[in-house]
Design a protein. Structure first.
Length: 241
């Protein structure tokens, strides 16, 4: 199967190969997701566009520039970024060491952040106590357990994931299941609030009014992403968290 490559991507690659004999892509050092109609309101956005920052690597260009989890990158050097894929392609096309300006929406306010990009090869070269009390499922359909040393080792959590709550089971057909949350995922935030224990998650989810959605920040499979759990239909709520 063949795929067409846009000339605006292919031409700079060819020119760089002819000049330098190799390609070095740039990076910011953040995890990004698309803004969607279902999560846009949680970030005080009027429309579902931009790249949502779900993770900031320690000592990365993004961290040094002051990027935060929950920021939405809407522009690169004044050019509008519609989604995470467009931003990723635009950053990858830059040269390491280049300085760019990111237009960011943060809690409904617009800020500009200058970032000095680094080589994506730098990352690949780097050497990369709570009780285990279980919680039952509830209207969200997710069982929880406090994070401990054994679970950290089992899940191979990176050092920058300092706290969170482990998902021990998910009720089939529940809001958590429909949001793509799985056993072994780690909940880092609930509705933009960091959580450190199963009690924290239970409290924050319990504070969500009936009929309203909840958004969680999940660490899973080496990266973080925001997931929206839609409120269960009346009369279909589960027992537990």
């Amino acid at each position: 199967m063949g795929f067409a490559i846009p000339t605006q991507i292919a031409r700079p690659v060819v020119d760089t190969l002819l000049k330098d004999g190799k390609i070095e892509h740039a990076r910011i050092g953040v995890g990004i997701n698309d803004v969607t109609p279902e999560n846009a309101t949680f970030f005080h956005l009027d429309n579902a566009s931009g790249a949502l920052v779900s993770q900031v690597e320690p000592d990365s260009p993004g961290a040094k520039a002051g990027l935060k989890v929950g920021d939405v990158i809407t522009e690169l050097n004044g050019k509008k970024m519609e989604n995470s894929g467009q931003l990723q392609a635009a950053i990858s096309a830059q040269r390491p060491g280049s300085k760019v300006t990111l237009g960011v929406m943060r809690d409904g306010k617009s800020v500009n952040l200058p970032v000095t990009l680094e080589s994506i090869n730098k990352k690949s070269d780097e050497t990369a106590s709570n009780s285990g009390e279980s919680r039952g499922k509830a209207r969200w359909g997710v069982g929880l357990e406090n994070l401990n040393a054994d679970l950290r080792e089992q899940l191979q959590l990176p050092s920058d994931v300092k706290s969170g709550v482990v998902v021990t089971n998910v009720q089939p057909g529940s809001p958590a299941d429909n949001a793509g949350i799985s056993r072994g995922d780690v909940i880092l935030e609930v509705n933009r609030k960091p959580v450190q224990s199963a009690d924290d998650v239970k409290r924050e989810l319990g504070n969500v009014p009936a009929g309203k959605d909840a958004m969680v920040l999940i660490w899973s499979n080496g990266g973080s992403s925001f997931r929206v759990m839609h409120a269960a239909e009346p009369g279909s709520e589960q027992n537990g968290d």
